[in-house]
Design a protein around this ligand. Sequence first.
Ligand SMILES: *[C@@H]1O[C@H](CO)[C@@H](O)[C@H](O)[C@H]1NC(C)=O
Ligand SMILES: [Zn+2]
Length: 471
Amino acid sequence: MGQETIYFGRFVSAPTPDELLIRTGAVLVDSKNGKGVITKADWTIDGPNGAVSKFGVEAPVVMPKDNGFFFPGFIDTHIHASQYPNVGIFGKSTLLDWLTTYTFPLESSFGNVNSPMYKDSIEPPDPLARAKKVYNRLINRTLAHGTTTASYYATIHVEATNLLAEIAFKKGQRAYIGRVCMDRPETCPDYYRDESTEQTMANTKASIDYCRSLDPSGELLAHIITPRFAPSCLPETLTQLGALAKEEDLRVQTHISENLNEVKLVKELFPEQKSYADVYDHHGLLTPKTILAHAVHLSKEEMRLVKERKVKVSHCPASNSALGSGFCPVRELLDEGIEVGLGTDVSGGYSTSILDAVRNACMVSRHVGFLNEGDSRYNLGVAEALWLGTMGGAKVVGMEGRLGGFAEGMLWDVQEINLGDVDVRGQGGDTDVDIFGWENWEERVAKWVWNGDERNVRRVWIGGKLVHERR
Ligand SMILES: *[C@@H]1O[C@H](CO)[C@@H](O)[C@H](O)[C@H]1NC(C)=O
Ligand SMILES: [Zn+2]
């Protein structure tokens, strides 16, 4: 294998919320240090041979098909890997009953042979075999959708969480792995919680150590400290997790203000604190490396606190609609100066695809606009939603300037998108995106956003390494 590769062809990206950048040219990717960094980019080169002579290297040239283009890999800033088998299974539930009916039984089955999920099972329970099956499938699935970076929630179990880390690392996905922390007896079931603050901390440290043993640099794989949400943790646990995040300089992820009953519950459980955001702040969990999922019902004051602490928000529109949680006012968050990315929130969200999250973000924003006197200022456009799913996500996971575009110095975490041509007989390709030929490139990208899926993702690279190829 050579150490350098040239990518030539059409490159599409969303470096700003306002417009798509659509260019042809070439980039040179250097994998000598194992990282796969773009060392040169040239937007004047008009052919593969030109690229070789311009860059002055004898490197292989990789090109998309005629109707194809390179696009930055998607960043899923919030996904529960362990919940993947439950996608689409939520009935008419809302957050709190969804957790007890569907989620805790499934998650517990990754480490507890007495999980309610095994009650009627004929086979003897094998939690790790189950975890392996689910995690292998899920990572294949997210890679096939062009997700090059994901911030995962696993379960409370150290062994199964470490297995997720190992599988993601082996498959080459950039991943932040969270062992879920939950130990407050009033809010967590007996069959699924850590026994004490001490146990929560010891288990979290074991998972941190394991992630570090796989990737000491933390570039491709790192642990992310993951209190499930404020109600599920003892106050002392929240304090110690905040201190640990600071000590170890690690990312933090949790949920905030997803659902109104949840907001009420937090008020009851934490009467001393002014607000939900204040609960996290009080425990030292609002840091520039913190990702808060949802943020649907934040007050203006909470938004200002989130902004002040440089905390990031993961917007999960499909989940918010599926569980009837509400409409996240993304425009207001952005106006406040808060950095926002997209999350699938599987399995509150029914899809592992960030492209689907892009669509749903567009849709939900229009409902927000309607509720604000039909003001289209709230609407997110195609470019803006793609920006959230790439550049926005890069900021949310602390990789701004490294992910989300094609600038020199950025990592080659990229998907090759292929669109279908309608031929002279009027027959199309084997995807849902039919290109007739007269559409301009902006229109073609819009058609991909609204009707595209994994069939349009031909190849995926992470850190310069090919990690998925569609056959
Ligand atoms: C995942 O993808 C790899 C590589 O394409 C394949 O060999 C493997 O069978 C897949 N596993 C699952 C569980 O989908
Ligand atoms: Zn979630």
